[in-house]
Write a protein that binds this ligand. Structure first.
Ligand code: ARG
Length: 459
C-alpha cells in the first residue's frame, strides 16, 4: 500500500477499507491528464521562484520518463497505489529522489482531481463533437440523395401524410445539430481551470493561476476555490447532453427496427451491421439498433447517479465525489461507441424506395390532399372530409389505393371529380406542394439542405 498520508496514523489501514477507498482501478484513465496538470504546475512553481529551475527540469524529465514507460508498457499502473496521483508521485520520487517530493507544493489532490476530471471531460466533449459532425455528414448525404424518395410520414405510428426520406432524416439532422450546440455551449462554461484552488481555500504560496490556466488551454482560472474543488456541474451537463444524444439515437434506432421489420421492409441493413439467429436460418436481426436503444438506459443511469451523488454535499470536497468517475467513463465510452456504430449502420443501409412509396400510396397518405382537391372545386371542407372518408372505406374493402380507382367510381362519390384528380393526389404533387419553410416539398427541402451544408462547412 503506497499512501501519501502516513504521518498522522499509528495503525495500518484495514485491507477492506483500503480497497473500498482506492480509485486507482478507474482514475488511471486520466493518467495523461494528471501528468499534464503536474507539468503545468511545476513550470509555474519555478516561474514563481517556489522551486528552482534545476528542480523543475529534473521533475519534468522524471514525469516524461514515467509517461514513456507507461505508454511503452515498461511500467504498469497497479493497485499497489491508492490513486493515480499517488502512483505518479511515488514513481517520480523513486526515479529522481528528493526533487520529486516538491511536486505537490501548493497543491492538494482535491484541486488535482478536479483538474484531471475536467481535462479528461474536455477531451471527451471534443471527441463527441467530432463524432457527431461525421454522423451529421452521413445524415446529410442521405438527405441529398433522397429528396424524391417518397414515404409515409406517421403520427401515432399510423400513416398520416406523405413525406420524403430526405425530410424524415432531416429531422434527425436538427436533433444532432442541437446536441452539438449543447456541447459547444457547455464547453464555454466548463473551460476554466480549478488548479490552484488547493484543498479548498487556495494557498499561501504565490501561485500564478492565470499562468497554469493558460498553459493548459483554459480561458482562465475558476473564480472561487471552494467551488473550484467541488464543482461537477460541467460533468452533469455533459452527461445530460450524452443522455439527450442517446435519446435521439434510441428514437432513430426504433425507426430502423420498424423499417427493417418483415412487415415494413423499407430498409435493408448491411450484412456487416446485422446478426443472425443460432436456430432460425432466415433471420437477419437489427441488433446494433436494438443495442443502441438498450444502452440509452445506462447513460441515463450515469446522469441520475451523479445528480443523486451530488445532492446535499456540503462545501467543499467530500469523498462522495470520487463516485463521479466510473459511471461517467462508462457513459462516455458507451455514447461515443453508439454514435460511431449508428453512423456506420446508416451509411451502409439500403433504402427500398418502391416499397416506401407504395406504403405511402396504400396508406392513404394523400387523403388530405384529395379532400383539399374537392374544396378547391367548391365543396365545403367538412363535406369533402366525409366524402373522402367514405372513399377510403371503399378502397380498404377493395384493397386498392385512391389512385387506383376509376374516374367513374370516384364520380359516384362526388360529381366534382375530374381527370385532374389523379395528378392532384400523386405522391409527387402531394409532397411538392408542401413548400412552407421546413416542409418536405422538393424546393423547400433543397433550401434546408443548403443550410445544413453551410452549417457543416462552418462548424
Ligand atoms: N480519488 C479521489 C477522487 O477521486 C481524489 C481526491 C482525494 N482527495 C481527498 N481529499 N481524499 O475524488
Amino acid at each position: 500500500m503506497a499512501q501519501l498520508w502516513g504521518g498522522r496514523f499509528q495503525k495500518e489501514t484495514d485491507k477492506l477499507v483500503y480497497a473500498f477507498n482506492a480509485s486507482i482501478g478507474f482514475d488511471q484513465k486520466f493518467f495523461h491528464e494528471d501528468v499534464m496538470g503536474s507539468v503545468a504546475h511545476v513550470k509555474m512553481l519555478s516561474k514563481q521562484g517556489i522551486i528552482t529551475e534545476e528542480e523543475r527540469d529534473v521533475i519534468l524529465s522524471g514525469l516524461d520518463g514515467i509517461v514513456k514507460d507507461v505508454d511503452s508498457g515498461k511500467l504498469s499502473i497497479t493497485d499497489e497505489y491508492e490513486d493515480i496521483h499517488s502512483f505518479v508521485e511515488a514513481n517520480l520520487i523513486d526515479r529522481i529522489g528528493d526533487a520529486g517530493k516538491k511536486l505537490h507544493t501548493g497543491r492538494s489532490r482535491n484541486d488535482q482531481v478536479a483538474l484531471d476530471m475536467r481535462l479528461f471531460t474536455r477531451k471527451e466533449v471534443k471527441e463527441t463533437d467530432g463524432l457527431l459532425k461525421e454522423f451529421l455528414q452521413t445524415i446529410l448525404s442521405v438527405m441529398e440523395a433522397n429528396v424524391d424518395t417518397y414515404m409515409p410520414g406517421f403520427t401515432h405510428l399510423q400513416k398520416a401524410q406523405p413525406v420524403t426520406l430526405a425530410h424524415h432524416v432531416g429531422a434527425y439532422f436538427e436533433m444532432f445539430k442541437r446536441d452539438r450546440l449543447r456541447l459547444h455551449d457547455l464547453y464555454e462554461r466548463m473551460n476554466y481551470c480549478p488548479l490552484g484552488s488547493g484543498a479548498l481555500a487556495g494557498t499561501t504560496y504565490p501561485l500564478d493561476r492565470e499562468f497554469t490556466a493558460k498553459e493548459l488551454d483554459f480561458y482562465g482560472p475558476t473564480a472561487n476555490s471552494m467551488d473550484g474543488v467541488s464543482d461537477r456541474d460541467y460533468l452533469l451537463e455533459y452527461l445530460f447532453t450524452l443522455s439527450v444524444i442517446m435519446m435521439h439515437l434510441s428514437r432513430f434506432s426504433e425507426e430502423v427496427i420498424i423499417w427493417n421489420s418483415n412487415e415494413y421492409g423499407f430498409v435493408e441493413i448491411d450484412d456487416a451491421y446485422s446478426t443472425g439467429s443460432s436456430i432460425m436460418p432466415q433471420k437477419k436481426n437489427p441488433d446494433i439498433a436494438e443495442l443502441v436503444r438498450g444502452k440509452t438506459g445506462r447513460v441515463y443511469g450515469a446522469l441520475t447517479s451523479l445528480l443523486t451523488t451530488m445532492k446535499g454535499i456540503p462545501l467543499a470536497y467530500n469523498k462522495d465525489m470520487q463516485e463521479d468517475k466510473e459511471l461517467s467513463f462508462d457513459a462516455m465510452d458507451t455514447a461515443k461507441g453508439c454514435i460511431a456504430l449508428f453512423d456506420g449502420m446508416l451509411s451502409t443501409m439500403k433504402f427500398k424506395k418502391e416499397v416506401m412509396a407504395d406504403s405511402a400510396m396504400k396508406g392513404f397518405t394523400n387523403a388530405t390532399d384529395a379532400a383539399d382537391y374537392l374544396v378547391n372545386k367548391g365543396v365545403p371542407f367538412r363535406d369533402a372530409h366525409g366524402i373522402i372518408g367514405r372513399i377510403v372505406l371503399y378502397c380498404i374493402e377493395k384493397g386498392i389505393a385512391i389512385d387506383e380507382m376509376q374516374l367513374s367510381e370516384l364520380k359516384e362519390f362526388a360529381p366534382e371529380f375530374e381527370e385532374d384528380i389523379f395528378d392532384a393526389i400523386s405522391l409527387k404533387t402531394c409532397v411538392d406542394k408542401r413548400l412552407t419553410t421546413g416542409a418536405p416539398g422538393k424546393e423547400a427541402m433543397e433550401e434546408e439542405i443548403k443550410k445544413c451544408r453551410a452549417y457543416l462547412e462552418k462548424n
